[in-house]
Design a binder for this molecule. Structure first.
Ligand SMILES: [Zn+2]
Length: 257
């Protein structure tokens, strides 16, 4: 069925595009889109068009999205897959956008069989095979905090890439077994070092939240890779190299140019 999907995608691209004025407004708002070559820019716009055609962006709670809003979400979601391809987001369609951070009820049964329930307030969430859920409030911030490296869109979509190989565990699909082993070796080393720094109360460039789980470390470091690549390269050079290999992009070099 691959040919049918290819044909559909070609048809979408023949009919839709992102106009220049809209692209320039998005670029002003999202400084990490700077430094792309003309070819990269063209491919990113195409990915965003396909993303908007194939995904269902559903604002809830009275939220209304403009065309600019939709395009900006799509561009941020597609930057990580610029060299990977839109297929990396296959298997689900929903992107739910809440007006602000949203509450979810969590439940866990402990070893004594006692059930605990609590509320979490989240800026984003993603599930295997399910939708990506985002908070507009957090999303609206992401364009303007480039120095801080926070970006809820890249964060949640990085979880999606991670989950392409099953559970979210900080190990996205790798081209070979050797590559996977190499990834785990370097990634775990950097994760352990980071957790040690957080435990020691050291000030860290990455959000200490990343110490909660390997999957969060991958998502938070992915935000930094695209938004503050120089800081990531300075503090986690081996991780930066690993990400450069996986994403097949070099944002530090791009943003320096
Ligand atoms: Zn997360």
């Amino acid at each position: 069925m691959g040919w049918l999907l290819d044909w559909k995608r070609k048809r979408v691209l023949a009919r839709h595009s992102i106009d220049d004025a809209l692209w320039r407004r998005a670029q002003r708002h999202l400084p990490f889109l700077a430094g792309l070559s003309a070819d990269e820019e063209r491919r990113l716009k195409e990915l965003a068009v396909l993303f908007l055609a194939e995904k269902d962006l559903a604002p809830v709670g009275g939220l209304v999205l403009s065309d600019d809003d939709r395009v900006e979400i799509a561009l941020q979601a597609c930057l990580p897959i610029l060299e990977l391809g839109i297929e990396w987001y296959d298997g689900w369609v929903g992107v739910v956008i809440h007006p602000s951070d949203f509450k979810v009820t969590r439940a866990e049964t402990d070893e004594d069989g006692v059930r605990h329930e609590w509320n979490d307030e989240l800026a984003g969430e993603s599930w295997p095979g399910g939708p990506v859920v985002l908070s507009w409030e957090a999303l609206d911030d992401s364009g303007s905090v480039a120095e801080g490296g926070a970006n809820v869109v890249i964060h949640e979509f990085a979880h999606k890439l991670d989950m392409m190989s099953g559970e979210a565990d900080g190990v996205p699909p790798m081209p070979s077994r050797a590559a996977r082993e190499r990834w785990i070796e370097v990634f775990d080393m950097e994760f352990d070092r980071f957790c040690g720094e957080v435990d020691a109360g050291k000030e860290t460039f990455l959000d200490p939240y990343a110490a909660e789980h390997e999957a969060e470390f991958f998502a938070v470091a992915s935000e930094a890779f695209f938004e503050s690549p120089n800081a990531l390269m300075r503090d986690f050079p081996k991780l930066y190299e690993l990400f450069r290999g996986f994403y097949r992009q070099d944002p530090a070099q791009r943003l320096a140019a």
